[in-house]
Structures are given as C-alpha cells and as structure tokens.
Ligand binder design. Structure first.
Ligand SMILES: [Zn+2]
Length: 418
C-alpha cells in the first residue's frame, strides 16, 4: 500500500499583503502562495496507487532503468522518481521510490502526460530524454495536477523580453470544486540565465481585465531545470470562452542588487538614478525601523528585501520565511516605516525557530482590537501589533480609535522583547 504524493509545498510562506484584492480566485488545489497564509501545508492524498498497471513494466526494464534515458520511446514509458509519505503512528515518514510509468504524448509538444488515479501530470523531459524535476526542497516532477487531459492553448502574453512559452489548460471539477470546474493553466517557459532573460528578471504579472499587477507569487513560478513552471488556477467563470490564457503580461525588468545593513536589497533599476539614489529612497525609513527594533532580535533574520515599484500591484508588500531566513517584497518605490516594521514583524514571527505560539495569538486576535487591518487574520494581527509596539507610538497617540495596543497584547510582546 503506497501513499501517493499529490502535491507538496514545503515552503513556509506568509504573505502580508496590504490588500485583499487578489488577482484571481485560487481553488485549494492550486496551493497558491497567496492563499497559503500560514504554515507548511502539504496536501497529500491517501489514494492507493497499487492498481496502477504501468508499474508492472518495471521488472521488464531493469537494464533500461540504470543505463538509458528516463523516457523509453519504444514503450512510451518514463522512469519516475517520486516521494511517498507514510504516517505510521501519525509521524510523517518520507520514502523516495522509482517506478516506470506509462505516458501519453501531447500534440505539438515535447511534454508527456502521466495519468494516475484520474489525475493528469505534465512530465517535462530534457534534451537527453531525462525527467526534469524541481530544484531545492520541492523534489517533484510536476507543477500542478490537472483533472482532465491538459491541452495546449495560445499564449499571447506580452513581455519586455522574448518568452519561449507553452501554456496548458484543463477545465474539470476536482474534489474541492465538485460543482464548478476548476480551470487550471500551467505555464512553462525558459528560465534564462540565473532567472534572467535578456538580463531582466520576472517581477510581476498582469491578468485579463485587471488594472493592477499581480506579484511574482501570483503565477507561482518554480524552477525546473532550465525552465520556469508556473500555474494559475481559477474557479470556473461561466460563459468564458477559453482560447487564450488570462495572463496578459509578464513583467521582466533589470534588477539592481546592493547590500545595506546586512540585508541584500533588490530593486527595479529603471526607477532610480543608481544605487545611491535607491539607497536614498529606503534609508530613512529602514534606518528608523532598525532603530525602533534596536536591542532586540527583531530584524536579525532578514535575508533579502526586494523593492519593485514600477507599477501598481494588487498588494503593497509581502513577506515570507524559508527556514529562518526572512524575505520581504515591497511593491512601491519608497517603502514607508509601517511597511518595513510590519513586514519585519512577519519575518520575525514566521521563521522556523520563532517563539510565537499561534494558538495564543489566535486567542488575542479573537478577543482584542488592534487595528482594522489586523482583523484579517492572526498573522496580520501579530504584524500590526509588532508595528504599533515598536514604531507606532505616534499612531497610537494620534489615532486612538484606529489603533490600539491592549495591555494583554503588549504583555505578550514584552515576553519576547523585554
Ligand atoms: Zn502583513
């Protein structure tokens, strides 16, 4: 009995988006970062894949498995390495296993499709006919699971660079949306040299009918060998005649890099006269935020802050942690003090070794008012309380009806910082 991994996302993400205006609805199945506000949330399935008849091929192809390419064109099979998860006594145990599976070619494409238990996965092969997997933690051969055979659709996506892209589309109900089909787009395009195409990096996306730009997270780009793969999922929109992807633009811009106060800064180079000009835009408020946090470990786990402000995004800023490393994205030319301290509140509280007990913060969130925005969820509640505690004294004094620091919340923050 095998427990078959359907989708794993071992990314610790918390997005402190300062707006609720997400670009498109995302069904659970997509596991979009901006829906995945909290902890590592690996969706696994208990589906029993024992009955997969293609496994029977494995015994016939022993030599082939060790010597030849993963794809065998004579049998239309692919040797696939997958990760299985077992839960003996409730403890997650990871086992990697290899099996040869039957695949179907896609018309007009070098990609293959693997079907298991009614779910369809696109398999990408490199020039040697070996399977391309994700890099880093996400050891997987697929980006998203389709509920029907995916098909190629036209890509009319504008960009500042030349994109070599293929777009797949499927439109079928899944377990989460039994009554409304989940439309899923899968985008596969050249990663470029270190993520750069013509020296420019992917920093935003525009969707059909939306005036604001989505952040890079909104299309979930992940690196698979020499390509990006990304997905976009939409709950069915009635009467929508799907011929092209609803993504209209991928923004690629030159990104400058500078180190300042132990943090790696990435900025949209077009918007500033140069490094010194960029620093003049971030220094006053960042320095003030660090000063407010001085003698605490509040800013200790900052790794990278990206500042992209060349267009209006659906989101003001967001933050995530990978392990103990904090990453902040500011979607504005000149981030203000609130943005810095609030986002640092996220990176401080969401890191792996954070002392924050979210059950306690859920209780505080449900009981005491801090700000209107903090009502969104306990993560935003924490970040706003963190801001008011360190940088927002004047806001508390000037706007006592808009911002509050209840004694219980202050006392909890004191336990971390006093
Ligand atoms: Zn936030």
């Amino acid at each position: 009995m095998k427990k078959f991994l359907v989708f794993i996302f071992p990314f610790l993400i918390a997005l402190g988006c300062s707006s609720d205006d997400t670009p498109l609805e995302q069904p659970d199945q997509s596991k979009a970062p901006n829906e995945q506000l909290e902890d590592t949330d690996s969706a696994t399935s208990d589906t029993d894949s024992d009955s997969d008849s293609s496994q029977d091929n494995s015994s016939d192809n022993d030599t082939d498995q060790s010597n030849g390419p993963d794809f065998d064109s004579s049998t239309n099979t692919v040797l696939l390495t997958q990760t299985a998860y077992y839960y003996p006594n409730g403890v997650e145990t990871e086992v990697e296993y290899t099996e040869r599976v039957a695949v179907v070619p896609l018309t007009g494409s070098s990609h293959k499709v693997y079907e298991a238990n009614g779910v369809f996965y696109i398999i990408q092969l490199d020039e040697n006919n070996n399977v391309v997997y994700t890099e880093g933690d996400r050891n997987s051969f697929f980006m998203t699971s389709h509920n029907e055979m995916p098909r190629l659709v036209t890509s009319n996506i504008q960009s500042d660079v030349t994109l070599n892209m293929q777009v797949y589309y499927s439109n079928a109900p899944n377990a989460q949306t039994p009554e409304a089909p989940a439309e899923i787009y899968e985008f596969i395009w050249d990663y470029g040299d270190q993520g750069k195409i013509e020296g420019k990096e992917f920093i935003g996306a525009k969707f059909d009918g939306r005036d604001k730009y989505g952040t890079p997270w909104d299309v979930n780009p992940y690196k698979f060998g020499d390509t990006f793969r990304a997905q976009l999922a939409i709950i069915n929109i009635p009467d929508k005649n799907i011929t092209t992807a609803p993504l209209t633009e991928l923004v690629y811009k030159e990104v400058g890099v500078v180190n300042y106060k132990g943090v790696k800064w990435r900025y949209e180079a077009d918007l500033y006269e140069g490094e010194a000009d960029f620093l003049s835009h971030i220094k006053p408020n960042f320095d003030r935020s660090l000063e407010d946090l001085s003698n605490t470990d509040g800013a200790n786990n900052l790794n990278t802050i990206s500042v992209f402000g060349g267009r209006t995004y659906t989101c003001g800023a967001e933050a995530n942690c990978i392990g103990n490393e904090g990453y902040i994205y500011c979607f504005t030319k000149t981030p203000d003090l609130y943005m810095f301290t609030h986002e640092i509140g996220h990176t401080w509280s969401l890191r792996e070794d954070s002392p924050v007990n979210w059950v306690e913060w859920e209780e505080l969130w449900a009981t005491y008012f801090v700000s209107e925005y903090a009502k969104k969820n306990s993560k935003e509640y924490f970040a706003d309380a963190f801001y008011l505690y360190f940088s927002g004294q004047k806001d508390l004094e000037d706007f006592p009806n808009l911002y509050q620091m209840p004694d219980e919340v202050r006392a909890k923050l004191d336990t971390y910082f006093k």
